[in-house]
Design a binder for this molecule. Structure first.
Ligand code: NAD
Length: 458
């Protein structure tokens, strides 16, 4: 667990910040493109000039290796650079594309930088003011973001407010103009209900069970390597972590053998050895939850599952598992044997819609089957987690895994209202007589001409 003490903001402070940001928004300060570009550059500087501190904070929270921390921050800098450059190319940020207003971003603990700052880029780009409420479970990262914000960004327009459930509940009583929430489905429903009281639009980025599907033609060795790599990210505590694997029944043992080969090459001295740089489970509660899952599995644990105290758990491979409901969110890889991809599609359609499906195949027919008959936020063929490196693609769930999206230009759209504007010239009046009362049959016939227009012959 992180040793950082996080001071929660008082309810009065929350109110003060909210009032300040709303006043700023109303003055129009955040609207000029030059202002937005400046703030976005400042966000880029915030990351670049504090890289070591940011890496250290998330290491203290999650034991996250430097390589994974910088991978997360790449998204923030790349997103920021793209937006600043797009402005130069002349995004049509005219009066027609108006900022939603005062925005709230609520983030989870597992990728505290990119899941707070990523959507935030969209809020700045759109001309909103914005409060970020990071997770109390990553206190070092949350505190550092709060500290750095006051140095780098305009405090009249942007703030990090820290706290847990009471502080967030209070925040949600205020009227926001857009909320982006990333976290569990359970909390997401609470956020959506609170937002509904003010008719506030919400983007929900929720969790779920993102499955891996191995088709008959897949190269098992490559699948094993890419799945184990994906599962290894942040000890499986990733919303798009490969949750479980549908494997052809006849190939399960060959797949286990391939997984074991890569297991031994990724962690030659074992995942709990210091040389493995294997991240932490966020807190003892989650550690106990994962241990309990392993203790009561009806499957067969073929590798891993050892743990040191309440900090780490060695990745566990479990075979002959029946499909389950709860998101694992940890380093456990259950293999679910199936007869064919037809059975997989049937099983998946009985479950909640995942954020992503990882499909391993080279068959165009199988790809089409999954595009057309299975649902998910995204469909990734022949890899895991690499969709996260395509910053310009929309990132978002579908149905159970959420709605709305951010990423690249989509972040700007999320915080932007498209306002229709028409100017009806007085000189048009002579052509508008047909719409005025009292209605005559002639007027009716003129109006009905539209409904009677010839239809295309098909
Ligand atoms: P969480 O839902 O417990 O917490 C997320 C945020 O909500 C935190 O800031 C927390 O303080 C706040 N919160 C918690 N309970 C609340 C309540 N009752 N009222 C108001 N606010 C509350 O989620 P978490 O444990 O931080 O994150 C893990 C979950 O997030 C997993 O389900 C994971 O799949 C999901 N996730 C989704 C994405 C995505 O992009 N779709 C990304 C990362 C994580």
């Amino acid at each position: 667990m992180s040793s950082t003490q996080l001071r929660y903001h008082s309810l009065n402070e929350i109110n003060e910040v909210y009032e300040r940001l709303r006043t700023t928004f109303n003055t129009g300060k955040t609207r000029p493109i030059e202002y937005r570009r400046k703030q976005l550059s400042q966000l880029g500087r915030l990351v670049q000039e504090n890289l070591s501190a940011l890496e250290a904070a998330v290491n203290s929270d999650l034991g996250k290796p430097k390589l994974e921390a910088v991978g997360e921050l790449n998204g923030v800098v790349a997103g920021q650079v793209d937006v600043v450059e797009d402005f130069k190319k002349g995004w049509d940020a005219t009066v027609y594309k108006v900022p939603q207003g005062v925005a709230l971003v609520i983030g989870p603990w597992n990728y505290p930088y990119v899941l707070n700052l990523g959507p935030f880029i969209g809020a700045i780009a759109a001309g909103c003011t914005c409060v970020i409420k990071p997770s109390e479970l990553a206190p070092a990262s949350s505190k550092l973001m709060e500290d750095l914000f006051t140095t780098y960004l305009d405090p009249d327009a942007y703030a990090v407010l820290n706290g847990a459930v009471p502080e967030t509940t209070h925040l949600l009583e205020l009227r926001w103009d857009h909320i982006v929430f990333t976290g569990s489905g359970r909390t997401g429903r609470i956020i959506a209900a609170a937002a509904a009281k003010h008719a506030t639009p919400v983007t929900l980025e929720l969790g779920g069970k993102s499955p891996v599907v191995i088709a008959d033609d897949a190269d098992l060795d490559l699948v094993a390597k890419r799945v184990l790599h994906g599962k290894g990210q942040n000890s499986g505590q990733l919303c798009v972590s490969p949750d479980h694997v549908y494997v052809p029944r006849a190939k399960q043992d060959a797949f286990v053998a391939a997984l074991l080969r890569h297991y031994n090459s990724f962690w030659p001295k074992g995942p709990l050895h210091a040389s493995a740089r294997w991240g932490k489970i966020v807190n003892p509660l989650h550690h106990a939850r994962l241990r309990a899952l392993l203790a009561r599995t009806k499957g067969e644990i073929v590798k891993g599952g050892e743990y040191d105290g309440e900090t780490r758990i060695a990745p566990a491979i479990v075979k002959n598992v029946a499909p389950g409901d709860a998101e694992l969110f940890g380093p456990i890889l259950p293999l679910v044997p199936v007869d064919n991809t037809e059975e997989t599609i049937r099983l998946m359609n009985e479950q909640a819609v995942p954020l992503v499906i990882y499909l391993f195949t080279n068959s165009e027919d199988v790809k089409q089957q999954f595009l057309q008959r299975a649902s998910s936020g995204a469909l990734v063929v022949n890899d895991t987690t690499s969709q996260l490196t395509l910053y310009e693609m929309p990132f978002g769930g579908f149905r159970d895994s959420g709605h709305g999206r951010w990423g690249g230009k989509y972040s700007f759209d999320t915080f932007t209202h498209l306002r229709s504007y028409i100017n009806v010239p007085p000189a048009a009046e002579p052509f508008m007589g047909g719409r005025y009362m009292p209605y005559s049959e002639e007027q009716y016939q003129m109006m009905a001409a539209i409904v009677k227009a010839p239809l295309p012959k098909l």
